[in-house]
Design a protein around this ligand. Structure first.
Ligand SMILES: Cc1cc2nc3c(=O)[nH]c(=O)nc-3n(C[C@H](O)[C@H](O)[C@H](O)COP(=O)(O)O)c2cc1C
Length: 214
């Protein structure tokens, strides 16, 4: 493709984001925006880009699904032995990005990352479909495979191993929480003079709100 100006104009200009109306708690604003994204028909409003840094300093990003959030942070689930798992073991920091196109909003999060406790991961794993639970056993996520048949064989092995019984959470699979140090809310405005409000804090202090130039 050639370097054409975007057809996307960001001209809705319907929801300005001003300090006077911004809640003191960024999670309240996130809940509000997430609710708007979920209400506008997006199939996966929970999809977020998760960026980590590999042990050799190489950045790496992929989509994961947000499975919950509260004042503590943003939770997702994955394979602890995956590329992202290795990255987080060496450098437990990450960035998250949400882009909700229909409402022209972006949210960026940076913070420290910790594993969820095993009881929380167990409870979530138990709610997944049997197929997904078997898949967690079968897939050595991020490892090289000889071919597709190897993966199918691994699934068949897992099915045989857990025939007629519950599929327990494998120790290599579970949740993480991203505990934000900064959360930036971006709202499209006319002529690309977008609103950007960044919440930052020095724990355990209160959040401060900074306005950034678009
Ligand atoms: C819409 C979508 C949702 C995804 N959700 C997850 C998820 O919640 N957890 C996960 O481990 N991978 C998820 N993936 C797969 C990841 O993008 C990625 O391929 C996988 O986690 C391996 O990443 P890694 O090799 O960097 O560790 C999702 C992919 C897409 C496209």
């Amino acid at each position: 493709m050639s370097d054409q100006p975007s057809v996307w104009q960001g001209d809705l200009d319907r929801d300005d984001l001003v300090e006077a109306h911004a809640p003191a708690d960024p999670f309240a604003l996130f809940a509000d925006w997430y609710g708007a994204a979920a209400a506008c028909g997006l199939r996966e409003p929970t999809a977020m880009t998760l960026a980590t840094v590999d042990p050799d300093g190489t950045p790496s990003a992929r989509i994961v699904l947000l499975k919950g959030f509260d004042a503590h942070g943003f939770r997702f689930y994955t394979n602890y032995e995956s590329r992202k798992g290795a990255a987080l073991a060496a450098n437990p920091r990450a960035a998250l990005v949400f882009w909700w196109e229909p409402i022209e909003r972006q949210v960026r999060v940076t913070g420290r990352v910790a594993r969820l406790d095993t009881a929380t991961s167990d409870a979530y794993f138990a709610r997944r479909s049997r197929g997904s639970r078997l898949g967690a056993h079968a897939s050595p996520q991020s490892r090289r495979l000889a071919d597709r048949a190897e993966l199918e064989q691994r699934l068949a092995d897992a099915e045989a191993r857990f025939a007629d019984r519950e599929v327990p959470r494998p120790a290599h699979w579970g949740g993480y929480v991203v505990m934000p140090e900064a959360i930036e809310f971006w709202q499209a405005r006319r002529s690309r003079l977008h609103d950007r409000l960044r919440y930052v804090r020095d724990e355990p202090g209160p959040w401060r709100i900074e306005r950034l130039s678009p």
